[in-house]
Design a protein around this ligand. Structure first.
Ligand SMILES: NC(=O)C1=CN([C@@H]2O[C@H](COP(=O)(O)OP(=O)(O)OC[C@H]3O[C@@H](n4cnc5c(N)ncnc54)[C@H](OP(=O)(O)O)[C@@H]3O)[C@@H](O)[C@H]2O)C=CC1
Ligand SMILES: C[C@H](O)[C@@H]1OC(=O)[C@H](O)[C@@H]1O
Length: 257
C-alpha cells in the first residue's frame, strides 16, 4: 500500500483566528478530516458559529475567546486546551491583520499591532504548544499562515509583508530545531481569498482585474482550496515535509512575462 492517510481521526488541533475567514474554514476542514479542534479569537459570537460547524462535522470544539498577542492569555488558553484534549497534535497559527499604510506613513502603534498580531502571536503559540509537543514526541505538526506577501512585494503594506516573510524564516528555524522531537513546522502562503479581511478590496472591480492580471489561473481562490493544503500539511500524508512554505496562489508567485 502506497497511499498514506489524509485523515486526522484521533488527532487534536488548535486554530488561532478561527472566528471567521480562513481560520474558520481550516478549523472546520480539520474537523471534517476527523480532528477535535480548539478555536481562538476575540469575538465570542464568531467562535460560537465556528464551534457549531465543528460539532456539525461530528467533532468536539473547544472555544477560547482571547487575545493571541498577550502571553498570559496564550498560556491560559493552552492550559485549558490541554485539560480538555489531553494533548495537542496540530497548531495552526492563522490569526492576522493588516493596516495598509504607505511606508512613510506607518506609525509606531501600527507597526506594533501588526507585528504582535501576525508574528509575535505565532511565535508565542508555537513556544507554548511546542513545549507540550516536544514532551509527547507524537509526530506533531505546526502550520503558520504566511502570504504571497512574505515572498514577493505587494502594495498592501510593508509591515504586513515583513511579518509574513519573518513567518517563513521562523518556520525554517523551528523546523530545524524541533525536528529531533518529531515536530514538523511548515507554512502556507495564500494569495487572495474572499474573507472579512479582503472583502472591501475584492469588491473593487479594477482591483480584482489587477489581481487576475498576475494570476495564471485567472481567478480568486475559494476557501476550500486553502483547506486542502492545510489538511495535507497537518496529516501524515506530509510526514516527511518540514520547514517548507506551500504557496496557494493560483500561480501568482511564478508569474513571469
Ligand atoms: N484573506 C486573504 O486573502 C489572505 C489572508 N492571509 C492571512 O490569513 C490569515 C487569516 O486571514 P483572514 O481570514 O483573511 O482574516 P480575517 O480578518 O477574516 O480573520 C482574522 C481572524 O483572526 C482573529 N484575530 C485577529 N486579531 C486577533 C487577536 N489579537 N487575538 C485573537 N484573534 C485575533 C479575528 O478575530 P477577532 O477580530 O474577533 O479577534 C479573525 O477570527 C491572516 O494571517 C492573513 O494575513 C494571507 C494571504 C491572503
Ligand atoms: C494577499 C495578502 O496577504 C493580503 O492582501 C490584502 O490586502 C491583505 O491585507 C493581505 O495583505
Amino acid at each position: 500500500m502506497y497511499l498514506p492517510t489524509f485523515r486526522l481521526d484521533g488527532k487534536t488541533a488548535i486554530v488561532t483566528g478561527a472566528g471567521r475567514g480562513i481560520g474558520r474554514a481550516i478549523a472546520v476542514g480539520l474537523a471534517e478530516a476527523g480532528a477535535d479542534v480548539a478555536i481562538m479569537s476575540r469575538t465570542e459570537s464568531d467562535l460560537r458559529e465556528t464551534a457549531r460547524l465543528i460539532e456539525a462535522a461530528g467533532r468536539k470544539a473547544c472555544m477560547l475567546a482571547m487575545d493571541v498577542t498577550e502571553r498570559d492569555q496564550v498560556q491560559k488558553a493552552v492550559s485549558v486546551v490541554i485539560d480538555e484534549f489531553k494533548e495537542i497534535n496540530i497548531l495552526v497559527n492563522n490569526a492576522g491583520m493588516n493596516i495598509r499604510s504607505k511606508a512613510l506613513e506607518v506609525t509606531d502603534e501600527e507597526w506594533q499591532k501588526i507585528m504582535d498580531t501576525n508574528l509575535k502571536s505565532a511565535f508565542m503559540m508555537s513556544q507554548e504548544i511546542g513545549r507540550t509537543m516536544a514532551d509527547n514526541k507524537n509526530g506533531a505538526s505546526i502550520l503558520s499562515i504566511s502570504s504571497v506577501g512574505g515572498h514577493t512585494a505587494l502594495r498592501t503594506g510593508v509591515v504586513y509583508a515583513a511579518t509574513k516573510a519573518a513567518m517563513i524564516q521562523m518556520t525554517k528555524v523551528l523546523a530545524l530545531e524541533w525536528g529531533t522531537f518529531g515536530i514538523r513546522v511548515n507554512s502556507l502562503g495564500p494569495w487572495y481569498f474572499k474573507t472579512p479581511l479582503t472583502e472591501k478590496l475584492l469588491s473593487d472591480e479594477q482591483y480584482v482585474n489587477d489581481i487576475l492580471a498576475v494570476t495564471p489561473l485567472n481567478r480568486i481562490g475559494e476557501l476550500y482550496e486553502i483547506v486542502g493544503p492545510a489538511v495535507f500539511l497537518a496529516s501524515d500524508a506530509s510526514s516527511y515535509i518540514t520547514g517548507q512554505t506551500l504557496f496557494v496562489d493560483g500561480g501568482m508567485t511564478i508569474k513571469g512575462f
